[in-house]
Design a protein around this ligand. Structure first.
Ligand SMILES: C[S@@+](CC[C@H](N)C(=O)[O-])C[C@H]1O[C@@H](n2cnc3c(N)ncnc32)[C@H](O)[C@@H]1O
Length: 310
């Protein structure tokens, strides 16, 4: 069903999703407040007033699947479910997984031209994409670095893609994308980095297995501890903190910085700023921050002194 990509790609037509009935209840202010509080506590998400219709539309499917008459019944069962499965279904429904290949490409350029050359002598080059959604970000990193450094980097590149959404992670792991999602990739990359689908998979492309092998995926909720992870020289944390409450953001950033090596780089979305969130970070350029080198401590009698004044 998968062949190497050559010849013109086929045209893909997708039928609209008409599965949702229109006879579904509206969310009441009290029900919205319950979901809002749950999302804030469990996932750090900031469902601001005004998002009622969005939340309602995103939860209708869960309402229908569970046969619930209103949003309070859904909320009540989520709270009662000790397996955590219902919470996962809730976050899967609420999250915005919008992403694309080569999104905010200036970051990828900076990674390839400035960051990775400085890591070149290492046995492995480890990069964490901590809200990788459906995988486009983490595969874009692989494509750009493979394009720049060729097979030399293939044996050393180790990518971790994580997200809170199991649905998005399943998609990322499958690594199959409709042709429409690949429109902004250079045409020769389709051949180089993908297999083309045929028969039932016509119109779809699958990332080549040798590239998939460079990436591991893991479900990580950024508002919960992730100290089991090693320190990374590079963390991509793009377009996720904007959905967090200010409290969740100010707790999460220092924990991410803890997972960054001294001198390591953190990428955020171009529209996001980390200024003022953690004194260990220095601004480099829009959406790029660098962790300051570790302080060198000098002994002076029984006291310790650092050089850097930070
Ligand atoms: C808009 S996408 C950004 C994807 C990609 N980083 C990019 O910039 O294109 C935001 C992602 O953050 C994830 N997310 C939201 N809350 C999260 C949390 N508490 N922990 C981890 N990931 C979370 C969502 O599931 C979603 O996939």
């Amino acid at each position: 069903m998968w062949r190497t990509c050559s010849g013109p790609p086929p045209v893909m037509l997708q039928p609209p999703d008409l599965s949702l009935s229109l006879e579904l209840p509206e969310i009441t202010p009290a029900e919205f407040a319950q979901i809002q509080q749950l999302a804030r506590e469990k996932f750090g998400l900031d469902l601001k007033p005004g998002k009622e219709k969005l939340v309602e539309a995103r939860l209708w499917r869960l309402l229908r699947q569970g046969g619930y008459k209103n949003f309070h019944q859904l909320y009540r069962d989520i709270i009662r479910d000790t397996t955590g499965e219902s919470l996962i279904a809730l976050i899967d429904a609420l999250t915005t997984n919008v992403t694309s290949f080569l999104r905010e490409a200036e970051h990828l350029e900076f990674l390839a031209t400035t960051v990775v050359p400085a890591l070149w002598d290492r046995p492995t080059i480890d990069i964490w994409s901590c809200a990788c959604a459906t995988g486009e970000e983490v595969y874009s990193i692989a494509f750009v670095l493979l394009e720049r450094f060729g097979h030399e980097i293939e044996t050393r590149l180790q990518l971790l893609g994580s997200d809170i959404s199991t649905r998005a992670l399943r998609y990322a792991e499958r690594a199959i994308y409709p042709e429409s999602r690949l429109a902004n990739l250079p045409p020769n990359w389709l051949q180089r980095f993908f297999l083309r689908g045929h028969g039932r998979m016509a119109g779809y492309y699958k990332v080549r297995p040798e590239i998939c092998r460079l990436v591991k995926f893991e479900r990580i909720n950024l508002v919960e501890p992730f100290d089991h992870l090693p320190r990374f020289p590079v963390i991509f944390c793009r377009n996720v903190l904007i959905y967090f409450t200010p409290e969740a953001r100010s707790e999460c950033v220092p924990r991410l910085v803890d997972r960054l090596e001294a001198g390591g780089y953190m990428f955020t979305g171009l529209a996001e700023t980390l200024s003022g969130t953690d004194a260990r970070l220095a601004y480099v350029q829009p959406g790029v921050y660098r962790k300051k080198p570790a302080r060198k401590l000098r002994r002076g009698g029984n006291d310790q002194w650092s050089d850097d004044g930070v």
